[in-house]
Design a protein around this ligand. Structure first.
Ligand code: PRX
Length: 652
């Protein structure tokens, strides 16, 4: 029998659009379209006003966009500033040093309230520790840490001395860390003795050692206290802090000084080192964090459940909230440990008012059932957000109803590692939300859905999403690879139209409905992965001859990884080998890249020129009618593969 909740969900599925809830709109900072209009009249002038209004500069910029050398755009280029000063010093100087920046909550229930003054103290000491080791402007520092306050200290200390941080998500393997340190020529690495996950401890420093990472200094945060090998060039983080001077003046940096590199998956096996600079990036994340989340720093408690190792963590756990002087929750652990209500327990405990998460997490909570949030008082929540992948209307409505109690608008924020900050969404006090649509371009942002030739398509027609005007938070290049930067984003439609790589449609109201990637990039639980990278990991196994990886639609994770694998002659596809290959991928890339399904195949569908036809593999995996097979070298392959997939599905 259908429950009341199911009835209510079914009724709401009929509702196409939700205006801002009245109580919310009453106090919202933006309640009409005037900001959009002001920005549209003079986007560059408007952005310059935001830059000078939201940030403290040593020298205020007088220039906004410099588009003299597209696609190498610059923003606010004659200004100078420092990111860590803007995140910390200015709040402390204004008497807000005692404000809690982070309510840190450990997996075993430990709590630490870290104030702005605490952060500033540690950041200055760690900045000096970096300087003492010759690390400064333009150097790269790797960071491989779990969700602990030291990750923020390490990032901001880099920013203070003008070094670029290169954070690697804690779920990646040590092998991936090694690769990213090599690609970026990192001088130092900040890591941890061990990381905790659901009651277990993983020895991180030991695995980093085993991967043979070659940096001059490795700083090791003492977190779990497990036995940890320390060799030449290894320094305990706390000892480095204790030995360092307490004062460190921030470097005065050009607005275009690089702030960080963040590696992200592209359509080849080699990840892309996305480079962000200082003034433009900070302007956009400060603006979006303040107005998309309608943040009131004195009253709100904000929580973004992402990991700091992704762009969402950089922009909306670290820089956005700290620039705005917000109080945030930072949680170390998993959403289902010690129990499936831990997130809602934290919302109640810390009085969270703004909560930002991914659709995949909402779908998991939906599956676990409303009784878990039902155990807690969530009445302080006033705004909800999502990011990372399209959200299906049912999950949207569940979030709206069960978590938000119909009081909270939901901002569905579309953006990318490359865009630095949120680009498309709804301003929650001014615009209605539509379940499943991200919204409209934010003030100052311009987007268009076009066909393959770059011509705009009519409303409600699927096409390719493009961004037709530079924006302050945009990536400036791919680290040490300008050519790939140009060819990936600016070749298809020219140097003034950014090729996003997503399919989308725009409705009559200008709302964008993002459909998904059009390249060989997968989105598993909101995490971006490259088919080529996973294939290359599988093929590096000695028993494998060839592999093709595709994304398969998945109810829980959006997409899941399916691998079609051809073994070397003598080997047979056994269950043990499935386990072995999955483990192999976990070691090479990380657990998140492990294929959910492995389909043994004697051959793969290829064109006569030898190109694997992934489109057909996707059709097979999703049980669709096969597309055109006439260009195949050996059409019989398809029948065999279809049989295998059906067998697998029957077993599941
Ligand atoms: O396909 C889009 C999807 O995630 C891609 C960007 O991935 P990444 O760089 O890892 O950044 C994720 C967090 C910002 C996009 O090209 N995507 C992101 N947000 C949304 C989305 N798809 C639909 N709706 C969204 N809100």
């Amino acid at each position: 029998m259908a429950t009341d909740l199911e009835h209510e969900l079914a009724d709401l599925l009929e509702v196409a659009s939700f205006p801002p809830p009245q109580a919310f709109a009453k106090t919202a900072q933006i309640t009409d379209g005037s900001v959009h209009e002001a920005a549209e009249r003079d986007p560059e002038g408007w952005w310059l006003e935001q830059a000078t209004g939201l940030l403290d500069w040593y020298e205020e910029p007088t220039q906004s966009l410099d588009d003299s050398n597209p696609p190498f755009y610059k923003w606010f280029a004659d200004g100078t500033l420092n990111a860590s000063f803007n995140c910390l010093d200015r709040h402390v100087e204004a008497g807000r040093g005692d404000r809690v920046a982070l309510h840190w909550h450990g997996e075993e229930g430990e709590q630490r309230a870290v104030t702005y003054a605490d952060l500033l103290g540690d950041v200055q000491r760690f900045a000096n520790a970096l300087k003492d080791r010759g690390i400064g402007r333009g150097d790269v520092v790797g960071i491989f840490l779990p969700m602990i306050p030291e990750v923020v200290v390490a990032m901001l200390a880099c920013a203070r001395v003008g070094a670029m941080h290169n954070v690697v998500f804690g779920g990646f393997s040590a092998e991936s860390v090694r690769e990213r340190m090599e690609f970026s020529d990192a001088k130092a690495l900040v890591t941890v003795d061990g990381a905790r996950r659901k009651g277990k401890t993983a020895p991180i420093k030991a695995s980093v050692d085993a991967a043979g990472i070659d940096v001059e200094t490795t700083f090791v945060v003492r977190h779990t206290g497990i036995d940890t090998p320390m060799g030449d060039g290894d320094v305990w983080f706390d000892e480095a802090l204790a030995a360092a001077d307490a004062q460190c003046a921030p470097e005065r940096l050009d607005a275009e000084h690089p702030l960080f590199i963040l590696y992200s998956s592209g359509s080849t096996a080699k990840p892309k080192g996305i480079l962000h600079t200082t003034g433009g990036y900070l302007t956009q994340v400060a603006w979006t964090h303040r107005y998309v989340f309608d943040l009131r720093p004195e009253e709100d408690v904000y929580w973004c459940s992402a990991d700091v190792g992704w762009i969402t963590g950089h922009s909306y756990i670290v820089y956005g909230p700290l620039l705005n002087g917000a109080t945030s929750v930072m949680y170390e652990g998993a959403p289902d440990y010690p129990d499936k209500d831990v997130w809602w327990d934290l919302c109640e405990r810390y009085g969270v008012t703004i909560f930002y998460t991914a659709p995949t997490a909402i779908r998991a909570c939906m599956k676990w059932g409303p009784e878990y949030p039902g155990r807690h008082d969530l009445s302080k929540l006033r705004l909800l957000g999502t990011v990372g992948e399209p959200i299906n209307p049912k999950a949207w409505l569940w979030y709206y109803l069960v978590i938000g109690g119909k009081r909270c608008p939901i901002v569905d924020t579309w953006w990318q590692t490359e865009t630095g900050g949120i680009m498309v969404t709804t301003l929650p006090g001014a615009q209605a939300t539509k379940p499943g649509a991200a919204g409209t371009p934010l003030p100052g942002i311009a987007a268009q859905v076009v066909d393959e030739q770059g011509e705009p398509v009519p409303p409600d027609t699927q096409g390719l999403l493009t961004l037709t005007r530079p924006w302050p938070g945009m990536l400036r290049t791919l680290y040490r690879d300008d050519d790939r930067f140009v060819s990936t984003y600016w070749e298809k439609f020219g140097p003034r139209t950014y090729f996003v790589g997503d399919a989308a449609r725009q409705d009559e109201d200008g709302y964008l409905w993002v459909i998904g990637r059009v390249d060989d990039v997968l989105n598993v639980s909101g995490h971006r992965m490259s088919t080529a990278e996973i294939e290359s990991a599988i093929v590096s196994h000695p028993k494998v001859a060839e592999a093709a990886v595709i994304g398969q639609a998945d109810e829980d994770t959006g997409q899941s990884v399916a691998a079609f694998v051809t073994l070397e002659g003598a080997f047979e596809g056994t269950d043990e080998l499935v386990v072995e290959l999955r483990e192999h991928v976990a070691l090479r890339i990380g657990k998140l890249a492990r294929p959910k399904r492995i389909i043994w195949s004697d051959d793969l569908p290829k064109t006569r020129s030898g190109k694997i036809m992934r489109r057909l593999l996707r059709d097979i995996a999703e049980g669709r009618e096969l597309g055109d097979v006439t260009t195949l070298r050996d059409p019989d392959v398809m029948a065999q593969l279809q049989g295998r997939v059906q067998e697998l599905q029957a077993e599941e």
